[in-house]
Design a protein. Structure first.
Length: 335
């Protein structure tokens, strides 16, 4: 059965302070929108529950100039408004030159049409792709129910092999692993002003109803990425069911600083395999401070999924993820 969008009030916020004021006024009755590629589909499909309310007021952020800006200063780093579209992100010359991993990951999101509408902030804050969450007949844990139907049901594609708990969804964002590999921070606007949070701390674990730390009266306004050192190599790889448009079965974002063949520093972040982007600390420890070779790469690949506890039908993701890590590290070796 196809639903129409429910009735809602649409409000254009003129600045981030006004957006925060409106969120404070309406709280759980309101949500912010920019591209709205995810939110409107959830509303149309009547995805709701005690902890997942259909909004009555949509606060539009697209008219706020600073929300759609990309600025770069070698000292201050890169600042990206949360309302910047994914195609603009991918087309930016400075991002292609200095932060190549962001353009690589942005270009692998959805289709051209979706990237023209979808925003960076929306990609980071999107809801689970789990079919039980996305179906109006299932009151799953993420909606405020008591069960995670995917644990014993269908979990082949968009579910975790690492760090799962009351919910076994895998976080769907492609940009989040890339930004975490770059050690990005996010700026959040709330009733007490703005605050900056490392992106790694922005995401909640599997035992929470929401995927991010955003409260009902807060919104994501900006993403800040530090400048990268000379000799930094950046790689993003993603495997999906269809190459045209699908979400990640598994992905890996790697940022490494190499000097004379020695890996002085490295960040390896996995996507599509855990409830939030997974920093593969054990794999990083295998490589850091050592000269890269094929044997070391194989050890790191094994370590990247050392904590894996796959579900009944998604064990293939273990080998898939190891292969992606090997490919990413081999690419660094040959750079």
């Amino acid at each position: 059965m196809l639903f129409e969008l429910p009735s809602f009030e649409h409000v254009d916020a003129r600045n981030v302070e006004e957006a925060a004021s409106l969120l404070r006024k309406y709280r759980r009755r309101a949500r912010v929108i920019a591209g709205a590629t995810d939110l409107l589909s959830l509303m149309k499909d009547r995805i709701e529950g005690p902890e997942c309310k259909i909004p009555e007021i949509l606060i539009n952020l697209k008219r706020i100039p600073e929300m759609t800006r990309i600025t770069y200063d070698e000292g201050a780093g890169l600042k990206i408004g949360a309302g910047v579209t994914l195609n603009r992100l991918a087309a930016s010359d400075v991002i292609e030159k200095e932060f190549k991993i962001l353009s690589q990951s942005a270009l692998q999101v959805g289709t051209t049409l979706l990237r023209n509408m979808g925003t960076l902030g929306g990609n980071l804050c999107q809801r689970p792709r789990c079919l039980y969450f996305r179906h109006h007949d299932f009151l799953c844990f993420k909606k405020g129910g008591s069960n995670c139907y995917a644990m014993t049901g269908e979990h082949r594609f968009y579910h975790s092999i690492l760090k799962h708990g009351k919910c076994v969804m895998a976080h769907p964002s492609d940009l989040a692993p890339a930004l975490m590999a770059l050690k990005a921070e996010v700026t959040i606007m709330g009733p007490d002003g703005s605050r900056e949070v490392p992106l790694q701390e922005f995401f909640m674990g599997p035992n929470h109803y929401t995927e991010t730390i955003l409260k009902a009266d807060e919104c994501l306004t900006e993403i800040n990425v530090p400048s990268q050192n000379a000799g930094t190599v950046q790689v993003f790889l993603k495997e999906r069911i269809r190459q045209a448009a699908d979400f990640a079965l598994s992905s890996v974002a790697t940022v490494a600083r190499i000097s004379d063949g020695v890996c002085e520093d490295i960040r390896i972040v996995l996507g599509g395999v855990a409830p939030s982007p997974y920093v593969a600390f054990m794999a990083e420890g295998v490589i850091k401070g050592k000269k890269l070779d094929e044997g070391l790469i194989s050890q790191a690949a094994e370590a990247s999924v050392g904590e894996a506890k796959p579900l009944r039908m998604n064990g293939y993701k273990v080998d898939l993820t190891k292969t992606l890590v090997k490919r990413a590290l081999a690419s660094i070796l040959t750079n």
